[in-house]
Write a new protein. Structure first.
Ligand code: G4P
Length: 284
């Protein structure tokens, strides 16, 4: 499969982020909990060096519980603060506030020693498209938020959302670009719906998904598509799902693309179950 990206556009975004990061104490990076590494761009480590770092494993509602724990430990071992989150339902949101204070404890202490009191921690949200940055900012800020901006010491035009006495958040997130080191990263991004389906081969993707589910989540596959032979070839499984769901064209031929779309939709919306597509041990 071929993927395209737009370096010109992204160079501008990167420059903007370099400027914004200078203004904050903490970088809050959202990743997709189903593919915590493939949904990151490692360039953020360079951009965010010398800043406190928090990784939010978002869409935790769609990810495998056991793997969520393993990924949390993975990131903590590497020196990040980490929280699992469902930004849509707001589960885990309270914890974020506490961990932000933990992550910035050193900075708060430094301020205290210099006699600076009550200077809020400043943070910005970053992440690749579609990981839930806007959803997070909206649910975190809630209705009670007051926008601050254009006051002395605030760069003109920057809008900060005051979350509470202790924290201010830059209201626009920094958009990182996905990094396709290899085909498997691109495939995983495509499977979770991060890359527009129009440029992808849906049929091929659905077969890759079936292959993966056969390997790691066989029981979920049988539970969702009753009566299929989970040990059959991926294409045969796709055909069985087609029959089961009536994805048949006039004349009786199997509608592969319709079946592939159905499978991908059910995977993306969590109907097959909570599934994580990559494991920490693949990256150790
Ligand atoms: P972005 O700013 O990083 O680009 O992402 P955005 O907040 O727009 O979220 C992208 C999609 O992911 C949205 O769905 C959003 O509802 C969904 N989302 C965000 N956080 C979570 C989460 O924790 N769990 C789940 N399951 N979904 C989440 P959408 O289909 O584009 O819109 P809609 O379904 O909300 O209408």
């Amino acid at each position: 499969m071929q993927f395209q990206w737009y370096p010109g556009h992204m160079t501008k975004a990167k420059r903007q982020m370099q400027e914004d990061i200078k203004l904050v104490d903490l970088v809050i990076e959202l990743v997709d909990a189903r593919i915590p590494m493939s949904s990151r761009n490692p360039d953020i480590d360079e951009l965010g060096k010398n800043k406190a770092r928090l990784i939010l494993l978002n869409k935790a509602d769609l990810a495998d519980d056991r793997q969520l724990e393993a990924w949390m430990n993975f990131f903590k071992e590497k020196g990040y603060f980490a929280v699992r989150l469902d930004a849509r339902s707001k589960a885990g949101m309270k914890n974020v506030q506490n961990v932000i204070m933990d992550a910035c404890a050193e900075k708060i202490e430094r301020d205290r020693k210099r006699g600076i009191k009550n200077r809020p921690v400043r943070a910005m949200v970053v992440g690749i498209p579609n990981v839930g940055k806007s959803t997070f900012i909206n649910s975190f800020a809630g209705k009670a938020c007051a926008k601050t901006g254009n006051k002395p010491g605030v760069t003109k035009g920057k809008q900060w959302i005051r979350l509470n006495k202790g924290v201010e958040l830059l209201d626009t997130p920094g958009i990182l670009w996905p990094k396709f080191e290899d085909q498997s990263v691109g495939l995983k991004l495509a499977l979770i719906g991060s890359i527009k389906d129009e440029i992808l081969n849906i049929d091929e993707m659905s077969l890759e998904l079936i292959r993966f589910l056969q390997e790691r989540y066989k029981e979920l596959l049988t539970a969702r598509y009753e009566g299929i032979d989970v040990d059959a070839k991926p294409v045969e499984i796709l055909e069985q799902i087609a029959e089961l769901r009536g994805c048949i064209k006039k004349g009786g031929d199997i509608d592969y693309t319709k079946t592939a779309n159905l499978l991908l939709d059910e995977f993306r919306s969590g109907m097959i179950g909570r599934i994580t597509l990559e494991l920490p041990e693949d990256y150790r």
